[in-house]
Design a protein around this ligand. Sequence first.
Ligand SMILES: [Fe+2]
Ligand SMILES: [Fe+2]
Length: 241
Amino acid sequence: MTETMEKTVREIAVECPATVRVFEKLGIDYCCGGRKSLRDACLTADVPFERVIELLKNASQANTDAGSDSWNSAPLEQLTAHIVRKHHGFVRSEVPRLRTLLAKVVARHGSGHPEVSRIQELFDAVAHELSMHMLKEEQVLFPYIETMWAAHLRNEPLPPAFFGTVERPIASMLAEHDDAGAVLAEMRRTSSGYTLPQGACPTFTALYTGLEEFENDLHQHIHLENNILFPRAIEIERNAR
Ligand SMILES: [Fe+2]
Ligand SMILES: [Fe+2]
C-alpha cells in the first residue's frame, strides 16, 4: 500500500478499475482532476486518508469490475467502439428523458425550489456541449485513432492528419471534458449533493437519481478517454516519430 500512497488517483484508477466505484462514492475526482496524489485528493474531498486506503485495498482484492481491466491493452478500435456504444449512447438516451423530468419539476416545484431552474439551465448547456463534443470524437478523433492503431499494428508509418499531431484534438477534448466536469460539479452544488426536499414527489426523486447517474456515467466516460484512450494514442504517435 505504500506504493499506492505515492500514486496519483488517475494511476490507481487505470491500474485497478474496481477502485473507480470507491472514488465515485467518496466524491474523489479520478477523471479531470485525477492527476493529484491520493493524499491531496483526499484532502480536497475532505475524506480521511486511512479510510480511503482501506476501501481501496478491499476494492482491489474484490476487483469486481470485470471487463474493464483489459482496456489498458485492448485493441483501440474496441475501446472507441465501447465508449461510443456505452457512454455516448447513454448520454443520447438520457438527455431527452432528463429534459422531460426537469421541465415537469420546474413547472410543478420551480416557485418553491428556484434551484431546479438553475439546474435546468446548467443541464441544457452541458447537454448541448456534449452533443457537439461527441460528434467531434466520432467523426474526427476516434476514426483517426483507429487508423493510427491499424498502421501501428502493421508497423507502417502513421497516416497524415489535417490537425498535424493527435495531441492537438486531444488537448481540445481534454479542455471540453474539464468544462463539462465543472458544470456537473456546479449542478451537484446547486442541488446540495442531490439532496431531495422533504416529501419530494416521484418525479423529483427520479430527476435527482437520474442526474446523479448521468454524472457517474460521465466520470467513467471521461476516465476511459483521459486516462486510457488518449495516453495510448499519444504514446503510439510519439513512438512512431
Ligand atoms: Fe466521449
Ligand atoms: Fe470526450
